[in-house]
Design a binder for this molecule. Structure first.
Ligand code: MN
Length: 249
């Protein structure tokens, strides 16, 4: 059986001609394509009450945390910075609860952009709410080039799971104005851009978690490195034995 990959839904918050009530739960097609073409079966999970999130865990083999709105900074004990973008607390609450339950159950996790940020916050880390808060950040991380094209490089730590997949320097896309600040105790930084922004993290303990700040799903069609990230995630989801779980409190 192919591994089942859960993707917590993003929420379209505007009313349209077709969706005449606000709030439609969705997942972007590039993520669905990347999962299916890599041999996984995608499942989209709507943001339900966080106390019910653990009920979903038995339904999937791997958890793919995708991009979306900014994270409500109260989850890392900060007030909103004036450059904070749109937030949607309901999704934050659900994703944090689901992620903790999935980690506890030993399920492999891949985080993309906001997804990596949610992983860090859920495990006790903090974010720069806007890159203007990071005195070192100089590069353009919110590219205006089409999203399927790479625009800046990342330097990858040798010996990491990520470097075994794509080597020690990679050319990636970049669509974020937030970034990881203090790292969660159970995570390690495995890639940075040339200006020092954290671009990828892994679990310190094992191969359970990989998060990237860029969007491999948007380069998947034509970029072998993006394909390698998804192939690795599907493979990890196919073979979950031996993962010990991080304490998630
Ligand atoms: Mn970037």
């Amino acid at each position: 059986m192919k591994p089942r990959i859960a993707m917590p839904a993003d929420t379209f918050t505007e009313a349209t001609n077709i969706i005449n009530e606000r709030n439609a739960e969705f997942a972007p097609d590039p993520a669905i394509q990347a999962v299916t073409k890599s041999g996984g079966i995608p499942i989209i999970l709507p943001s339900i009450d966080p106390e019910d999130a653990p009920s979903y865990v038995d339904l999937f083999d791997g958890l793919l945390m995708l991009g979306g709105f900014d994270i409500d900074p109260t989850f890392f004990n900060e007030e909103p910075h004036y450059n904070l973008g749109e937030t949607y607390r309901k999704r934050d609450l659900f994703e944090i609860a689901l992620l903790k339950a999935a980690i506890k159950a030993g399920k492999p996790v891949m985080g993309i952009c906001r997804g990596m940020q949610v992983i860090n916050v859920a495990l006790g880390g903090t974010l720069y709410q806007d890159l203007s808060e990071d005195p070192q950040a100089k590069l353009k991380h919110n590219q205006q080039a089409p999203g399927n094209l790479p625009t800046h490089h990342v330097n990858i730590q040798s010996g990491s799971m990520l470097s075994s997949l794509i080597g020690e320097r990679s050319y990636v896309n970049s669509r974020h104005h937030q970034a990881l600040h203090q790292l969660a105790p159970s995570l390690q930084t495995v890639a940075k851009s040339d200006d020092g922004v954290i671009e990828a993290v892994e679990s310190k303990l094992n191969t359970q978690i990989l998060g990237v700040q860029w969007h491999p799903e948007n380069m998947f069609k034509h970029n072998q490195e993006s394909q390698a990230l998804f192939a690795n995630f599907i493979e990890r989801s196919n073979n979950v034995s031996g993962l010990s779980s991080i304490q998630t409190a």
